[in-house]
Design a protein around this ligand. Sequence first.
Ligand code: NAI
Length: 740
Amino acid sequence: MEIKKVVIIGSGTMGSGIAAHLCNANIPVTLLDLKTEISEKARDRIHKSKPPLLLDKTKINNIKVGNISDNFSEVEEADWVVEAVVERIDVKHDIYKKIFNVRKKGAIVSSNTSSIPIKVLSQHLSEEEKKDFCITHFFNPVRYMGLLEIVKNENNDLDKINSLKKFCEIELGKGAIICNDTPGFLGNRIGVFAMQVAMTEAFKMKLSVEEADAIFGRPMGIPKTGVFGLYDLIGIDLMADVLKSFIKELPEKDPFQLVAKEIPLVKKLIETGYTGRKGKGGFYRVNKTDGKKIMEALNLQTGEYSSSKKINIKTEKVDLKSLINRNDKYGKYAWSVISKIIKYASSLVPGITKEFNDIDEAMRLGFNWSKGPFEMLEEIGVNNFFSKIDEYKNNNFLENLAQSKNEEFYGERQKYTKIETLGKAKKTAMSVDGNNSAKIYRFNDYNIVEFTTKANALDYDSMDALKKATDKPLIIINESMQFSAGVNLTYTMEFADKRDFKSIEKFIKYFQETCKHLKYSKYPVISAPSGLTLGGGFEVMVQSNFVASHTNIVVGLVETIVGLIPAGGGCKEMLARWLDTDEAKKDPNFAPLKVFDIIGYGKTATSPVEAEPMKYLMPEDKKIMNRNSLFEVSKKILEDNRDFIAPEELKFNLPGKSVLEDMNKILDNLYNEAIILDHGVIVAKELANVLSGGDTTIDKTLSEDDLFKLELDAFMKLIETKETQDRIKHTLATGKPLVN
Ligand code: NAI
């Protein structure tokens, strides 16, 4: 079965997201709704979406729109028809009747339902029709969420389901997991249960919303929105509907029922329009007093708002063992929540899926957890878990485990896919070295470095690990959300606060030395980025010999925004790329001016399609839809480059002063128009000096080390200024840039 054309019915949040993603995969797609205006609006929303649903905005018109009365004949040509209309069974049944009347013989018809069982959806279909009908449950936002749950019915043609799974995996890049026909399937069944446990336990244990979010967040390997933040994001009213559906669908004795009960305070929030971010606020709200915006949090006991407090639980790393053993309310809350999630998830095996690792994967791909419940159990340790747990009657999984006490119970990971993932490789790889910031694994005859800090921010230890690992061919890759958000600014500021600039200089020099080593060591180095690949993260990538990039990448040199300039080879490499163009051969000022524009504004790209015109990525870099495939592709690159010879060092001929005049003119204009302020000019002048080549002329040849030196000098000058330090502190505190 080949999928050459798709029709989507229903152009709301999900229909439009699925359409955009098919467009990303270059599959012709038509979006139909009750009226053409609705699907047209949906297309506008796709175009304006942030973060963007499209890899390439110029392709927006590849999504055709129409309505179900005049344009239904589109369905006749489709190989796959996706139903994404409102969650109402009568509406869905009507649509299926219309679709099956006209669809091409053998075309797949699927529903995006999040809660209606397939046996109910398909109850009016003939045996023949059922063969081609299934549920394809995508997650929102479709481009960014990796999970796709596929639910079969008993009549399905298995070959067809498998080829749909393969299409979704390879062309759409999804982690496609086939699951049983049970309420909420895998992701929502466990994910919503987990949210409810985190919420009800916070009420019971009298934790504040900030405290609960501080625990049920990063320390547990869960996104920092936590539970109450996530509730506000999803919509408190929508969550109430989801719970009602679970209450209706699940048996009375299901432990879900206990945590799904209506909470009076939540009911009141919905009734008064406090439905979350889309409403007047929710568990958090932004309140304006005296023209100042203040973040407030709801007191779960009194129902009053007061200014939100930052909770410091003094752990940067995910370390579940220490977290649950803490002898304070945070430790008790963490254990109570985690143990209940593990108990519930394990009680559902094999009912919802026979492979428990599918549940973990659903939580990673559908909720962005770094570990699912069974991986949490593995990390806590089986004996440790059973020494703490109270009871687990009628839970076969735990009863068996309690008997075997097998610490190695987990076995293989990610069994749902045939792709050789990093997750699978790590299970069999040997852990050879590591430090606080990175781990080195040996797999076959090469090394893997995985950064392990928050947002994979880079410091001295990260560089140390990279450098050590170049004793073999090397793949730099990781399983967390970001490849690397750049140099660790907190770490840099700690030295700056003590005026210990020598240590900063030592670090930057080591950064440069390591990157140079990556590029010129005798073995090939491959970077496989996904997510944020910014600043120092980009510099590591760009100085690797090969790149295998996920299509969901945010890449760029953003140093100027915090009052610095790229000093780990970013300026150097971008110059080299732009010097190697026809325009640069004719005009010596072309490359420095281009790079000045890109780095000066701290431009970023949100996909490879946007990255290539800026030369953050190159045509020869591999771009991959499925994140799971990054490791396999990287491995293949290594295999294809067994006879790798390190490249020759670059040489630069730069115009020096003559281009500086042009750059200064640009800066004067920006300053006069107040687009940049005083410190902006200082930062840009330092950047201009580096990109012009400093004190040079076009006939003088500069080496890479000369450029490193220019970068380092500019960086050190800037980091010593109060204004740059103010920018960094502001960004660390607020996540936003300071314009000074
Ligand atoms: P939505 O309310 O945003 O969009 C539904 C769209 O269907 C609207 O544009 C509406 O005009 C259209 N529609 C209604 N009746 C129709 C008909 N007879 N013919 C054609 N179009 C019709 O809903 P949303 O959120 O996109 O949900 C769609 C489906 O996806 C539902 O089954 C929902 O349960 C499921 N889902 C929703 C998720 C979410 O996060 N919103 C996540 C995963 C699944």
